[in-house]
Design a protein around this ligand. Structure first.
Ligand code: SF4
Length: 258
């Protein structure tokens, strides 16, 4: 594939957050000191008003655990073997609850691969028609699953913001974390989204394609702004891909990643 062999040192930057065992030991020390210093118990902090509930503005919905991938870091243990899916009755209840909560402006839909739930399009279209900002947490390869040929058009027609996982701009890290062949499919999916205007400068959907980096091992994500610049440079120069911004997340050490 074009460009795979010129990434070299740049490709390794995706793992730039890897930390030495010496650094891990030095960072553990301040935490141990905090524990020894008898920090006030969490319950007393709560009673002291440390956390105040604000009006709900964003609702994130996990609409099912089925996924066409089985990534090594998945904190909900999704895979093609999972069958749990939100049904129409729950989707209708969600719409009812949204209507009763006027402070909500954004509905953020995740899974699993949310697009592969049969209620995804119903829920998305209903939310979009009611004026909510709708976000689809997309694994990119779902675009190539059966009956998803028109998914990109559907997302564009409903003004959906796509937040897509891509933990590196080279194939090795992506395939190791997300499965063999995922990188090539992800690139093809990003190109299809760009062809419909997602993430393309000057398009009405310019801000509607963001990427997500998460570490492939037990280390923290590198600095977001620097990594975003490297992603933009590599993905555009090698594949002609545009996207709006990169979000760096850290994995929770739970479920499969734990
Ligand atoms: S694509 Fe997302 S939901 Fe699916 S297995 Fe990977 S991390 Fe889990």
């Amino acid at each position: 594939m074009r460009g795979h062999y010129r990434l070299g040192a740049r490709r390794r930057q995706c793992a730039a957050g890897a930390v030495s065992s010496e650094r891990q030991r030095s960072e553990r020390r301040p935490l141990d000191e905090v524990m020894r210093s008898a920090a006030p118990p969490f319950a007393s902090r709560l009673r002291g008003g440390a956390i105040v509930r604000k009006p709900t503005e964003i609702v994130q919905l996990n609409i099912g655990l089925y996924c066409n991938q089985a990534c090594s870091h998945c904190h909900v243990e999704s895979s093609p073997l999972r069958t749990e899916m939100m049904g129409r009755d729950v989707a209708l209840r969600v719409l009812e609850l949204l209507e009763r909560t006027p402070t909500v402006h954004t509905v953020d839909i995740t899974g699993g691969a949310p697009e592969l739930n049969r209620e995804f399009r119903f829920l998305t279209a209903e939310c979009a028609s009611r004026g909510y900002r709708v976000i689809d947490r997309c694994n990119l390869t779902a675009l190539f699953e059966p009956e998803q040929e028109d998914l990109v058009d559907f997302l564009a027609e409903n003004n959906v913001e796509v937040v897509a996982s891509l933990p590196c701009y080279g194939p090795d890290n992506v395939d190791a974390q997300r499965g063999r062949g995922v990188f090539d499919k992800s690139i093809a999916a990003l190109q299809a989204l760009n062809a419909r205007g997602f993430g393309v400068p000057g398009s009405p959907l310019e801000t509607h394609l963001s990427l997500v980096y998460n570490p492939s091992g037990a280390f923290l994500a590198p600095e977001q702004a620097k990594l975003e610049a490297a992603y933009k440079d590599e993905l555009h120069s090698t594949w002609g891909i545009h996207f709006h911004r990169l979000l760096c997340l850290n994995n929770m050490p739970v479920k499969r990643f734990g």
